[in-house]
Design a binder for this molecule. Structure first.
Ligand code: GLN
Length: 520
């Protein structure tokens, strides 16, 4: 079922293989009909993750990029929408030669071909396919059927992992019934798992493993305990302890290689952090913590680098509407205003940014947070009263506006400025110090821009645009502050456990009271 941690389990299995030098190519299957996650509400699905080619995808792809240190593209995320679109396009072109087009074999062939094509094009040693959804859901049927066919076609080259929930009852006993039932469902579809990963709040006892082994017909070494961990980065270590690699290795006929321990060292460092800094994250989906998942991860990466733990204080933007007293009551070392869309919470975000600028509190703004920093500065430092973004309000000073080419777009999905784009960094700025170069690449997801007509006014009053590309402003900073920095792009998507994103490094260091540098 969703929320069980299939994505993290799969990413962690991938990590065990990457640690042994195997090339792992992940594919996430989302059985919904949407073509991609771009039009989905973060309230329901958590954040929309953006890949280098601009694909807007499920947040599990973010886990894959971070755990496997990969740079993926849209072909690594299959949805029912994409599969049906491909089948229908073929049908219209007459490629099915007059046959009746059916789920079996045409849709299932499309799924299998897609998986094999991505595996081959990326020279996979192991292709890691995660099928989202729950066994028995109508939506996931064609995908499970495709996997069933592959089981026969690929024989011992296919290894099927079933992730199940092992709840604990009032007496404190671990219950195997849900596992037994879902394995039964799988078998009815013709699938027999090679291994079962039991998700539980506590480690699975030997008894429970034996019971699952007996009822579900897998050897006891193939029943793996994946209990709750203090941090998701510890899951690969847990699977290592369960000797999961050894079992997979024998089945898939891989080599017995010694693992590289880069990941383990990173986790050791993370676990040893003692000092804590606290960031106030002022957003509007703060009760769905997954809506800002990559930001949370990037803060963690910055923390590992700076040697501090980063705690997040979630502040609902609407509570700050023209009322900064709320902030006086709270304790934090920095303020982060993340991306967002639409009007709700906007004034609260502007209040928070004003507070950070006036009181010289470290500030990081991302995308909408960058745009609101421009609005705040225009209103309060440039005498442009009532300045705003034309996304949010009709205003005499639209300091954030659409560029002419974005004005006539009717369709929503896929029409923003998306994915990796180059940015030029001005020498001698904080941005330059943090990145250490004058040309960078970062990921984008926005429609609005700093209005070129106001750039001179903003800069004359002390705002520095230290990153830009052509007429588009991409980074802003205020030089004489402890750290006041914002980006039009989303640096969180390229942040990795051992390669923290430079804006996050600067921000966390400033919060920790360290000198702001790139840390190296
Ligand atoms: N809503 C803003 C825009 O479209 C910012 C988007 C974002 O924060 N991702 O430009």
């Amino acid at each position: 079922m969703s929320g069980l941690g299939k994505g993290i389990t799969a990413a962690s299995i991938g990590r065990l293989l990457v640690d042994r030098g195997y090339r792992v190519v992940p594919i996430k299957i989302d059985p919904y009909i949407n073509i991609d996650a771009g039009t989905m509400n973060p309230f329901q699905h958590g954040e929309v993750y953006v890949l280098k080619d601009g694909s807007e995808v499920d947040l599990d792809l973010g886990h894959y990029e971070r755990f496997l240190d990969a740079n993926l593209s849209g072909e690594h995320n299959i949805t029912t929408g994409k599969i049906y679109r491909a089948v229908i396009e073929k049908e219209r072109k007459g490629e099915y030669l007059g046959k009746t087009v059916q789920i079996i074999p045409h849709v299932t062939d499309e799924i299998k071909n897609w998986i094999r094509r991505v595996a081959q094009d990326n020279q996979a040693d192991v292709c890691l396919v995660e099928v989202g959804g729950t066994v028995g859901d109508i939506e996931s049927m064609p995908f499970l059927e495709a996997i069933r066919q592959m089981h026969i076609e690929e024989g011992p080259n296919l290894f099927l992992v079933h992730v199940t929930l092992v709840p604990i009852d009032k007496m404190g006993e671990q219950k195997t019934k849900p596992t037994q039932h879902s394995v039964k469902e799988l078998r009815e579809l013709g699938l027999q798992p090679n291994a079962i990963v039991g998700r539980c709040i506590k480690p699975l006892s030997r008894d429970v493993k034996e019971k699952i082994s007996l009822f579900c017909d897998v050897p006891v070494e193939a029943v793996i305990s994946a209990h709750d961990a203090p941090d998701i980065y510890e899951v690969p270590l847990m699977l290592e302890n369960e000797r999961f690699y050894d079992y997979i290795r024998e089945s898939l006929n891989l080599e017995d290689r010694d693992p590289d321990n880069e990941w383990t060292e990173m986790v050791e460092k993370l676990k040893s952090l003692e000092d804590t800094v606290r960031v106030a994250l002022v957003g509007k989906y703060t009760h769905v913590k997954d809506s800002y998942l990559s930001i949370r991860e990037a803060l963690k990466h910055g923390g590992i680098d700076a040697g501090v733990k980063v705690d997040i204080l979630w502040v609902e933007a609407e509570t700050l509407e023209n009322n900064s007293d709320v902030l006086d009551e709270l304790e934090f070392d920095g303020i982060l205003v993340p991306g967002g869309f639409g009007e709700r919470g906007t004034e609260g975000k502007i209040t928070a940014i004003h507070y950070a600028r006036e009181k010289d509190i470290p500030f990081l703004g991302i995308c909408f947070g960058f745009q609101m920093a421009v609005v705040e500065f225009a209103r309060n430092a440039c005498d442009l009263k009532g300045a705003h973004s034309s996304e949010v309000a009709v205003t005499p000073y639209p300091v954030i506006d659409l560029l002419p080419e974005q004005r006539n777009i009717q369709q929503l999905g896929g029409t923003m400025r998306l994915g990796d784009h180059e940015v030029e960094v001005k020498e001698g700025t904080i941005a330059h110090m943090l990145y250490g170069k004058t040309r960078i690449v970062e990921r984008h997801r926005h429609r609005y821009e700093v209005n070129p007509e106001y750039i001179d006014t903003l800069e004359e009053n002390g705002l520095v645009f230290s990153g830009y590309i052509g007429k588009r402003m991409e980074i802003l900073e205020i030089p004489d502050k402890r750290f006041f920095f914002a980006t039009q792009f989303h640096p969180e998507f390229r942040s990795r456990p051992y390669r923290p994103s430079p804006p996050f490094v600067g921000f966390v260091r400033a919060m920790a009271g360290l000198e702001v540098s790139n840390g190296h």
